[in-house]
Design a protein around this ligand. Structure first.
Ligand SMILES: Cc1cc2nc3c(=O)[nH]c(=O)nc-3n(C[C@H](O)[C@H](O)[C@H](O)COP(=O)(O)O)c2cc1C
Length: 386
């Protein structure tokens, strides 16, 4: 078949990002692509991964490479999953379901965001056993409890509570694009819609995306501040987390940890894991990249719980870098989202293929017959263990 979308020629996740940029109106592209303020954190996330050097070892039999990883009792085919992304259907129609199905097919975890544009029930069905649920703690305890009860009823085994949004991130691109609630079609938006007919027609066909889990509650929202108040609370504290620990029967993971002391406290409360994350550089511009924050956290936790990482992963080799520095597992957000933006389900498949093949090749080049075999001794400059 003729590759009209250019997917076969996309050599990297960055190439898919460029393809997505070409066919999505700027306001919708920026919504996903953008970061906080100067976007320093967004840029540094990926740059800092690039700076981690591993030393290849040769004459190791790598004719068979095992990329599987086991976490919370489930073995996945790859050591990464899809991070929770809110309102992703604004980027490309049906993006949520496309990615949930992909994760099932590829046997990797899919994290359904509280703020997804598809209900958590439909996403649980699509991810079919591979779904985890991400919770935002609302200022209204009844809203939070309602979501937890629904997640339980939908059969999610895992809950990931996001800690790193005490206030909404200030994303300058969204301000410049004049994104508003309810969404308004400004003359600039109209020009962008006309210039991107594939996106516009597909979006018209699927209807305006909303934050599906809160659709009724948000009907009356007239500002972004109203939406924020329903979704998250600046009053989320360790007391809340302890209550969530008591409330949720299954494994509980805290997402958005950057300080070793916070990580240790999560372990002491009885959490099963943390995600070292800066929300993909969307919250602050002044924080550390996650791959830099990871080593002291992994050392402080000392194997008491699972240490997961996200933010800035764009290459298969980044997964090895994270493992060498102490991560058990990883999530990607934009890497797979760019795929959907570049070419719907086919684009998502291409993004997955790129990450998988890059990881496989990188493990072979490193001399690691399995992902599990990668460790601190692979870091450049590390002396080999006695
Ligand atoms: C558009 C967008 C929306 C997001 N929405 C959520 C969300 O609803 N809940 C959450 O915990 N994290 C959310 N995140 C953060 C991701 O889960 C993840 O931490 C981040 O995308 C990882 O960085 P990466 O995109 O560089 O891989 C969002 C990220 C993006 C890009």
């Amino acid at each position: 078949m003729v590759d009209l979308m250019g997917l076969d020629r996309a050599a990297s996740i960055d190439d898919l990002r460029h393809l997505a940029k070409r066919r999505i109106p700027r306001f919708a592209f920026d919504l996903v692509d953008g970061g906080a303020e100067s976007e320093r954190n967004l840029r540094r996330n990926s740059e800092a991964f690039e700076e981690v050097e591993l030393t290849p070892r040769y004459m190791v039999d790598v004719s068979k490479i095992d990329t599987r990883a086991t976490i919370f009792g489930q073995t996945f085919d790859q050591p990464f999953g899809m991070a929770p992304i809110g309102m992703l259907n604004a980027f490309w129609p049906e993006a949520d379901l496309t990615l949930a199905r992909l994760c099932k097919r590829e046997n990797i975890p899919y994290v359904a965001s509280s703020a997804a544009s598809t209900t958590l029930e439909r996403l649980a069905e699509a991810a079919d056993g591979n779904g985890w649920f991400q919770l935002y703690v609302s200022g209204d305890a009844a809203v939070t409890e309602g979501l937890i009860a629904r997640a339980e009823a939908a059969g999610y085994p895992m809950m990931m509570v996001t800690a790193d949004v005490p206030a909404a991130g200030k994303r300058d691109r969204d301000i410049r694009n004049q994104l508003s609630v309810p969404f308004r079609i400004t003359p600039e938006v109209l020009v962008q819609l006309l210039a991107n007919p594939t996106w516009t027609l597909a979006s018209l066909q699927h209807g305006k995306p909303n934050i599906a889990n809160y659709a009724d509650l948000l009907k009356a929202a007239t500002s972004y501040a109203d939406v924020q108040k329903t979704l998250i609370t600046p009053g989320f504290t360790w007391d809340h987390l302890m209550r969530l620990r008591d409330r949720w029967q299954g494994p509980l993971v805290v997402k958005g940890i950057l300080h070793p002391d916070d990580a240790v406290r999560c372990a002491e409360i009885g959490c099963d894991g943390i995600v070292v994350s800066n929300h993909g550089g969307r919250q602050v511009a002044f924080g550390p990249p996650t791959i830099t924050a990871l080593p002291p956290i992994a050392a402080a936790v000392g194997g008491r719980m699972k240490v997961i990482i996200d933010s800035g992963i764009r290459r298969g080799a980044d997964l090895m870098r994270a493992k060498a520095l102490g991560a058990d597992f990883a999530f990607v957000g934009r890497a797979l989202a760019y795929g959907v933006g570049a070419g719907g389900a086919k684009g998502a498949d291409r993004a997955m293929e790129i990450l998988k093949l890059e990881l496989l090749r990188a493990l072979g080049q490193l001399g690691a017959p399995s992902f599990g075999a990668v460790g601190p001794s692979d870091l450049a400059g590390a002396s080999s263990p006695a």
